[in-house]
Ligand binder design. Structure first.
Ligand code: MSP
Length: 518
């Protein structure tokens, strides 16, 4: 028997210099959708996330907090781990780059492979180091005042001995693989950016720092006077965590990764540096890199100094995990920048969840739960085939990483169910035509089950509640039909006072007749 198809998905690993913000949550949630969707397709899934704990940026943050780096990162790592329960993430593993047993041996082995390939050499280097980027910048990349255009700080002039990685050697091979989508970069615009970057000429990269300047990291094997460059160390997490050092069964099963999820600021490291390291070590390249955009807050970059950093934990605690997942996955186009605003959040919540989803579930089940004749009746082959068509469209969106479009398909389909409810006037259809009533209701129940199934990767708890209303999660409804239960309200409407974060749920009876389940 051939092994089941595998699916290995990773997020980038966040720096532990500050607690997680909404951008980190977004990346993990997007990866979670992909993992859950692959799981539903019967694949063997591995979903990895973790933390990037070494480097000068973390040392600086620890110093400012008056703490030793290790104690500092231990506390912050726990905050990143807490994203899992807060956002119902199904990650299978969490890797820390400070883990000497699990991460270091893989990082050391990869370094040795680069050395063996003749791709590491020591040279003295003079450059401008940007702490925010954890990378050297060229003069050309700075703004007119000599500052990093992203971090708005002047990079530090550095003159030191470093090991260099011969990135330039791999330019032609990288170019070819990216061009033909052997290493697929999504969206296309990012692929073209990377090809253009290669065409400008790749320079070799500094892959270590002197230990006397920076000792918070992995010592270079065989030369303790040097510390591995934080990016060289961190990128290795994708293979160290699955057992590269000992070539474990798990490593053989899951490598190469199906997809690495990254933000737009770190594409070069993932599309160029990392694949070049893998080529040097004669390892397979990841199949795809999916690049998401950035979240802004009310149109502004989230930053501590602007005081507009949204705390993902507070948001989930106030509004619930699924509404926040929904907003991030629906409102923000998967590969573009998007905005978080409390006003938009409330609009989406009330229109799409309280009203849209809540109404469809409630209208169908309020009628169905009273009808014992509907129990155990499976949908017709024609209904099942129509639903399969909707599912194919939805899956296609996910496979293209257009997660917001996949949700668009689900909501469009719910709109169609709602039209059927109105057209057929299901609340009094039985008295007019009991045979038609039976047929329409089974079709609607099957539609609702499909909605539950398609929502599961996006809003797992909500989906499970919907499927429980229909007779249980494990029920094979296509064969055994339904056992409809009276529904409970899924999302109470939110009313927004001046400070929307203090909103209260409106548990009164719906005011307008259109809100009322018939
Ligand atoms: N430690 C590196 C990644 C190493 S991967 C081998 C790093 N860390 S980070 O904490 O700065 O960023 C982690 C991820 O969050 C990146 O993919 C980054 O693009 C993403 N985001 C950072 N700010 C963001 C937003 N405002 N919005 C969405 N994602 C954002 O880079």
């Amino acid at each position: 028997m051939p092994d089941r198809q595998t699916f290995y998905v990773t997020t980038s690993i966040a720096y532990t210099n500050a607690p997680p913000h909404l951008g980190h949550a977004l990346e993990c949630i997007q990866a979670d959708v992909l993992a859950r969707h692959a799981h539903q397709q019967g694949k063997r899934v591995w979903f990895l996330t973790g933390t990037d704990e070494h480097g000068a940026k973390v040392v600086e943050a620890a110093r400012k907090a008056g703490q030793a780096p290790q104690a500092f990162v231990d506390v912050l790592t726990d905050r990143f781990r807490a994203l899992k329960p807060a956002f119902n993430l199904a990650n299978d593993d969490f890797i820390r780059t400070t883990d000497r047993d699990r991460h270091w041996p893989g990082a050391v082995k990869l370094w040795q492979q680069l050395e063996l390939a003749g791709d590491l050499s020591k040279a003295s280097y003079r450059g401008l180091y940007c702490l925010g980027h954890e990378a050297f910048l060229t003069e050309k990349e700075l703004d007119s005042e000599g500052r990093c255009p992203i971090h708005k700080t002047k990079p530090e002039p550095v003159e030191e001995e470093n090991y260099f990685f011969r990135l330039s050697k791999y330019a032609p091979e990288l170019r070819r693989r990216i061009e033909v989508d052997e290493l697929r970069i999504v969206p296309e615009t990012r692929k073209h950016e990377m090809l253009a970057f290669i065409d400008e000429g790749l320079k070799d990269v500094s892959f270590s720092r002197p230990a006397e300047v920076l000792d918070w990291g992995i010592p270079v094997p065989g030369d303790e006077t040097q510390t591995m460059y934080v990016w060289c160390d961190a990128l290795t997490n994708y293979i160290s965590a699955i057992g590269y050092a000992n070539e474990t069964e798990q490593f053989r099963t899951f490598w190469p990764a199906h997809v690495h999820l990254v933000g737009k600021d770190i594409v070069r490291f993932h599309a160029i540096v990392w694949p070049a390291m893998l080529l040097a070590a004669k390892l397979e390249l990841p199949r795809q890199i999916f690049v998401h955009g950035f979240i802004t807050m009310d149109g502004e970059k989230m930053s501590k100094s602007l005081g507009n950093v949204v705390d993902p934990f507070q948001l989930a605690a106030t509004f619930g995990t699924d509404p926040v997942r929904y907003y991030l996955l629906r409102e923000i186009p998967s590969s573009e920048d998007g905005d978080f605003s409390k006003r938009r959040f409330l609009e989406r919540y009330n229109a799409d969840l309280a009203k849209g989803l809540g109404n469809v579930v409630s209208r169908i089940l309020t009628v169905a739960a009273k009808e014992p004749a509907l129990v155990g009746v499976p949908p017709t082959p024609a209904t099942l085939s129509a639903l399969a068509g909707v599912h194919r469209e939805y899956s296609g969106c996910i496979e293209r990483f257009e997660l917001h479009q996949a949700l668009g398909v689900v909501w469009r389909f719910m709109g169609e169910c709602d039209e059927t409810i109105e057209r057929e006037r299901i609340w009094d259809l039985k008295t007019r035509d009991s045979e038609r009533f039976q047929a329409v209701m089974i079709q609607l129940l099957a539609g609702l089950a499909k909605v539950g199934q398609m929502l599961w990767p996006f809003m797992p708890d909500t989906a499970e509640v919907i499927l429980a209303f229909l007779g249980g999660l494990k029920r094979d409804w296509a064969k055994d039909g339904f056992e409809p239960k009276p529904p409970k309200q899924l999302f109470p409407r939110l009313i927004a006072p001046a400070d929307a974060l203090g909103v209260k749920a409106d548990r009164r009876k719906p005011e307008s007749p259109s809100d009322a389940p018939h």
